[in-house]
Design a protein around this ligand. Structure first.
Ligand code: GMT
Length: 374
């Protein structure tokens, strides 16, 4: 098939999922055309079967906000015709599903049928999409898509609650390539991060408010009083200053290391003993799945789709949002006993294998094929 993929190029989860999906489809022999404002963070455009089309948004001083969706509709229209694409798969509804709908209409004028697949990723529904200023248009574009998928059952239910949906929503979980996570611990990296007798507790995110980075610090402050440990934070974002202030207040600056944006995240994951993700909202929690693929158990909140990924008492623990005492207590329970830690880490890996790309990719391919038959 010839598939167009529209995504944001940043380190956000939706861009990562779209990129990994596109590269895997290309490896399977499909022709994949990426549309984004920049080359997506993890995209290797040198790979065969991969094309990249930049969405160039022309700036004009009259506009306070530049019309990104018009630029996207236009380039989609041109490239679909030029390369005779079979379908377009948009990641993150806003405004991608809306722009794709207009491309579809423009192409229909030429007698060209373009199926649109829309994947809902989370904040396009739970934070931004249901806001009254966007709701009607988001609802319309979801209902006009030929196929709609959501990355968890929880997100599907949130979508059905927030909008009047007339379309079927298929749950297609996010996935991981377990082959990228070799079982050996990355010893060199681990030695850089902590002393041999210390445990490595990891948090990775874009440090936005929704990630509740203050809960990561507060839970770690309790944990480190019982378990010799280091907290490693990978990622950058607007809440870092607040987190840093809290670290100073607790006086734990020598036990916390911020790595900023990390390109070799797999090595850091492999060096970790425990992953912590206390988010306020999380439709899936791709970061938690990446940790599990590296044999790392997870302490998470119970927000959104996290309980579908992190199985309470098996791959880690699921705690109420904001309950840092419980998060610390469960973390200590896992870390204080080596045999227990090994059991949780084995369970985490088994769960990651259930979400392997081999199991998830064919689901997208089946959906694509069905759109072509419509
Ligand atoms: O909010 C983010 O972390 C980024 C956001 C995105 O759309 O780029 O992530 C969402 O999509 C990811 C991939 O499907 C999910 O794993 C994240 O849970 C989800 N984030 C939220 O729902 C807050």
């Amino acid at each position: 098939m010839k598939i167009g993929i529209v995504c944001y190029p940043t380190y956000g989860g939706s861009g990562i999922v779209a990129t990994e999906l596109g590269m895997d489809l290309a490896e399977k022999g499909h022709e994949v055309h990426f549309f984004s404002t920049n080359v997506p963070a993890r995209l290797n455009i040198k790979l065969p079967n991969i094309f990249f089309h930049r969405i160039h948004v022309e700036t004009y001083p009259l506009f306070q906000y530049q019309p990104y969706d018009l630029a996207l509709s236009t380039i989609l229209y041109e490239k679909v015709l030029q390369y005779q694409l079979d379908l377009v798969h948009v990641h993150y509804a806003i405004p991608h599903a809306y722009a794709a709908y207009f491309t579809k209409q423009m192409l229909a004028q030429k007698g060209y049928h373009l199926p649109i697949v829309t994947t809902l990723h989370g904040t396009d529904i739970t934070l931004v999409g249901k806001h009254p200023v966007y709701k009607t248009a988001v609802e319309f574009s979801i209902n006009q898509s030929d196929v709609v998928t959501s990355v968890s059952e929880s997100l599907k239910q949130d979508t059905l609650k927030a909008f009047e949906i007339t379309n079927d929503i298929k749950v297609v979980y996010n996935f991981i390539d377990n082959e990228q996570f070799l079982p050996e611990k990355c010893v060199c990296c681990r030695n850089d991060l902590a002393e041999p007798n210390e445990k490595v507790i990891l948090h990775t995110s874009n440090l936005r408010k929704v990630k509740r980075i203050q809960d990561v610090i507060s839970a770690f402050n309790i944990i480190q009083k019982t378990i010799p440990s280091k907290l490693i934070i990978a990622g950058e974002g607007p809440e870092w200053e607040l987190a840093d202030q809290l670290i100073q207040e607790y006086g734990i600056q020598d036990k916390v290391k911020s790595l900023g944006m990390v390109s070799d995240l797999q090595d850091v994951l492999k060096a970790a003993d425990l992953f912590i993700l206390p988010s306020e909202q999380e439709s899936f929690g791709l970061a938690a799945l990446e940790a599990m693929a590296a044999n790392v158990p997870v302490i998470s909140s119970n927000a959104g789709g996290l309980p579908e990924v992190n199985i309470d008492g098996v791959t880690g623990f699921v705690c109420p949002v904001g309950d840092v005492e419980m998060m610390a207590e469960k973390a200590i329970y896992i870390l204080e006993d080596e045999a227990r830690l090994l059991q949780f880490s084995t369970n985490a890996k088994e769960q990651a294998i259930r979400f392997d790309k081999k199991n998830i990719l064919p689901q997208y391919e089946d959906l694509y094929r069905k759109t072509l038959k419509k």
